[in-house]
Design a protein around this ligand. Structure first.
Ligand code: ASP
Length: 342
């Protein structure tokens, strides 16, 4: 009956989840992921076929970069037809960036891709890794009338499933390490595994997977703060190779109204740098022009990022800079949601 069971591919990239504690020395070290069944024998009770592939060298997610995103996407692409769903095991530190990236890269996705990880290693007595992994596998294998229930890139952590590109890591210690401030939870694990289907991206029929693989890394995130000087901002915005900036502003998109500030931003825009306005608040939306303090930015061509996270905004910028579109089209298209990120 093996053929009827959902098939789930675990893609192991690194991070705490794949480590175990050496109880003699207390040190954390990576274990061979092929031996995952020895670490979590409960996996054999799941009603699905689980297979694993790993990065050649497991990495701490602080070392993630766009090439790694392409590696993950290619693993999914190569195995797309042979599996019903994918679970990406990833360090939590930059998981929101990678989940955002994959959500934009996997165009026409009709299967679940669930990112997960853990705060404590799998071999730790109090680990959160087991629940995170087991439920992620269940979500990745979930089907209804022969179709995948979830057809998007998600992040599962501490009993909650979120849209990947809506998440932010909010805590370095708590098991509840992620939040999705501007979009509801997609599923929750309790006594029952409850999926709120109304919040999922609509199911796609007959879509074919197409993988985007190009990123322009000549970008920066600049966070404003009261007291930022002209010299500092000018130095950052005049980096010769700079093509795009996520400008983290105050509240609903507000920034200083002094002339020097406006001049420096305008000069960058005139040089062709795309500037996206994202709020540094963890929740809520940029509304350009709501206050006088953002009106001028709107007039000079700053792009309002609405309620996008900084993680999504920077990845989307890297992708859009590789699209062959005019500056005018860029400004219009960037504001449109492509994977539920806005
Ligand atoms: N430093 C680790 C990483 O992001 C933390 C974790 O796995 O949660 O790779």
């Amino acid at each position: 009956m093996e053929v009827d069971k959902p098939r789930v591919l675990l893609i192991y990239t690194g991070g705490t989840i794949g480590m175990m504690k050496d109880y003699k020395t207390g040190a954390l070290r990576a274990f061979k992921f092929e031996y995952i069944y020895d670490r979590i024998p409960e996996l054999s009770h799941l009603d699905c076929v689980i297979e694993t592939v790993s990065f050649e060298k497991a990495i701490d997610s602080s070392d993630m970069n766009p090439q790694h995103w392409v590696d993950i996407a290619e693993m999914i692409e190569q195995h797309y037809d042979s599996y019903d769903g994918f679970v990406v095991l990833h360090g939590s530190d930059t998981m929101s960036y990678s989940a955002s990236a994959l959500s934009f890269m996997l165009e026409g996705l009709t299967k679940p891709v669930i990112f997960t990880g853990s705060q404590l290693p799998i071999g730790d007595l109090r680990t959160d890794a087991k629940e995170n992994l087991i439920t992620s596998i269940q979500l990745a294998g979930m089907k209804e009338n022969g179709e995948a229930v979830i057809q998007e890139v998600c992040l599962y952590f501490e009993y909650k499933l979120y849209r990947g590109n809506r998440t932010t890591k909010i805590n370095a210690e708590h098991f509840q390490a992620f939040a999705s401030m501007n979009y509801p939870t997609l599923a929750e694990s309790g006594v029952h595994l409850k999926v709120w289907k109304e919040y999922l991206l609509p199911r796609k029929r007959n879509a074919t997977l197409k993988v985007w693989k190009e990123f322009d890394q000549d970008v920066a995130i600049i966070k404003l703060f009261p007291g930022i000087t002209e010299v500092t901002l000018r130095a950052m915005l005049s980096i010769p190779t700079l093509k795009g900036v996520v400008l983290e502003t105050f509240g609903s998109g507000n920034a200083p109204t002094q002339q020097w500030f406006l001049d420096v931003v305008k000069e960058a825009i005139d040089r062709g740098v795309h500037i996206v306005n994202v709020t540094q608040c963890s929740g809520g939306s940029v509304i350009l022009g709501k206050y006088e303090a953002s009106e001028a930015l709107k007039r000079m061509g700053v792009i309002g990022g609405k309620d996008i996270t900084s993680e999504s905004a920077i990845v989307k910028l890297m992708i859009f800079l590789k699209k062959n579109i005019s500056s005018k089209e860029f400004k219009i298209k960037y504001k449109e949601s492509i994977a539920g990120e806005i």
